[in-house]
Write a protein that binds this ligand. Structure first.
Ligand SMILES: [Fe+2]
Ligand SMILES: [Fe+2]
Length: 481
């Protein structure tokens, strides 16, 4: 055969006979001299594609329900460390859910099918969980019962499915399990802290036992009769005689943004300096003094980052309240929640780096007080199109100034915050257009401004004259992110 002229094929090797030619063996020594590591994976698994899909759909539904349940408890959990950890773990669950959902698309199951999958037993189970008596009871049940049951179910499923044919599932579950180890370890410490801090241990254990019993009777994570240890049905799974949530309407999240007693708070103004002045004698242990305008701007921005606790809460409320959306919505919101959690942590740590005790500086509640009563979609539009659109520019301006002044620590911190907020704007606008059913951002802004202004009037933060003339920027400043 004639060389067809491939530029790399100078000697025409592509067209020569390969079998029997010495070139077929490549270069180097003969293969039989080597003992490579053996692949010990067994061929054959316990599940058909269909059975696998059934289990993965359940796993997905548990993940989605867990993240929504945590979001539903964000406002009502005053403890700072717990609120922050929730913000992180919501995203861990969202990532797990997204991985499972993607794997399902490879197993002949469309995303829409996964998103619409429901199960009465699982719904009842999470209705009961979210009606936990206190944040401590919720943590004890979620981290002490559900997460360990999920961990076991994931480990069992990944061990029993075909190690070769279903290797993507095996790999995915192993990766999810890394987060589970971390979450369960944190939960153990948190439950111990709640007990040491005064919660009745036997009451928490009783609730854990109750939740465990209900989980088993609902079929556990896998709904497999062979998997009693994974929270599955087992031989016998009696249902608890009485449920706390029986006959109750869907759980309502707290309408107060709860704060633990280490925080002093204010809500009548946006301005930190004004709050420090008027509230100083009552609550604030510190009324900061500033050496320069830059110093003042820096501490104000650092405080507003720490006070994005209310951004965690706002996005949690939106995530909890907006249903019937694709899981992509939950995923994007969960990621924003984790980012806002990092912003809060950055603010907290920067306060320390600047020589303050973070709890000595008053916590601003105005933004969340305005948003808590707004319908979820307006609350999302307000924080996104007003709050985040404003802060994205403000932190960029500050970051440049800080770099110029040689303050790399806060300069870099706000550089990253700006990068985060840019992505929030993009994601937020994408979903707002879908939920409002319009391509006009201006239209969403106008509607939202009306709702926000009404709320500010209701709270007495602005008067009717101001309400008539208030600009987009002023409103963004008052409510913030
Ligand atoms: Fe933020
Ligand atoms: Fe943000």
């Amino acid at each position: 055969m004639k060389n067809n002229g491939h530029p790399k094929d100078r000697n025409g090797a592509m067209e020569k006979a390969w079998s029997g030619s010495p070139e077929l063996r490549g270069v180097g020594k003969n293969l039989t001299r080597f003992e490579f590591p053996k692949d010990s994976r067994r061929l054959g698994g316990d599940f058909t594609v269909e059975q696998n899909v059934k289990t993965l759909l359940r796993f997905f539904l548990f993940e989605r329900n867990m993240l929504r349940a945590i979001a539903g408890w964000s406002m009502g959990t005053p403890e700072f460390e717990v609120k922050v950890e929730y913000g992180r773990h919501i995203y861990w669950h969202a990532e797990a859910g997204m991985k499972i959902r993607t794997r399902l698309t490879e197993l002949r199951t469309a995303e829409e099918t996964t998103d619409k999958f429901s199960d009465d037993g699982i719904a009842e189970f999470f209705h009961e969980l979210i009606y936990s008596e206190s944040p401590a009871h919720f943590v004890a049940a979620l981290y002490g019962v559900i997460l360990p049951a999920m961990r076991l179910a994931y480990a069992e499923h990944s061990a029993h499915t075909d190690q070769v044919a279903d290797a993507p599932t095996v790999r995915m579950l192993r990766q999810i399990l890394v987060d589970y180890d971390e979450m369960i370890a944190w939960g153990k410490g948190a439950i111990e802290a709640y007990i040491r801090g005064g919660y009745d241990e036997s009451s928490l254990h009783k609730w854990q036992y109750h939740i465990e019993k209900l989980l088993r009777s609902a079929g556990g994570a896998t709904n497999s009769p062979t998997s009693a240890r994974g929270g599955g049905r087992g031989v016998e799974a009696p249902r608890p005689a009485k449920l706390r949530s029986e006959g109750k309407p869907p759980f309502e999240r707290s309408f107060i943004a709860t704060r633990d007693p280490r925080f002093g708070t204010f809500e009548h103004t946006y301005e930190y300096q004004e709050a420090d002045k008027t509230e100083g004698s009552v609550q604030a242990k510190e009324s900061p003094e500033y050496e320069s305008e830059f110093d003042k701007t820096r501490l104000n921005l650092v405080r507003s980052q720490r006070d994005e606790i209310d951004a965690i809460e706002t996005f949690c409320n939106v995530l909890y309240e907006i249903r019937d959306v694709p899981f992509g919505f939950d995923f994007d919101l969960a990621r924003i929640i984790w980012d806002e959690t990092r912003h809060t942590e950055l603010g907290h740590k920067a306060m320390e780096a600047l020589g303050h005790d973070p709890y000595d500086l008053l916590n601003r509640l105005l933004g969340i007080k305005v948003r808590t009563k707004m319908p979820a979609l307006y609350s999302l539009a307000e924080i996104n199109l007003f709050g985040e659109a404003n802060i994205v520019q403000e932190v960029l301006r500050y970051s440049r100034e800080a770099y110029e002044k040689g303050d790399d620590l806060t300069g870099r911190m706000f550089d990253y915050v700006n990068a985060d907020e840019r992505t929030h704007l993009t994601k937020g606008v994408h979903w707002l257009k879908q939920i409002f059913g319009t391509d006009s951002v201006q239209e969403i802004e106008q509607k939202t401004k009306k709702v926000a202004v009404e709320r500010l009037l209701e709270l007495g933060i602005i008067n009717h004259d101001v309400a008539l003339t208030i600009s987009h920027r002023e409103l963004a400043k008052i409510i913030g992110e």
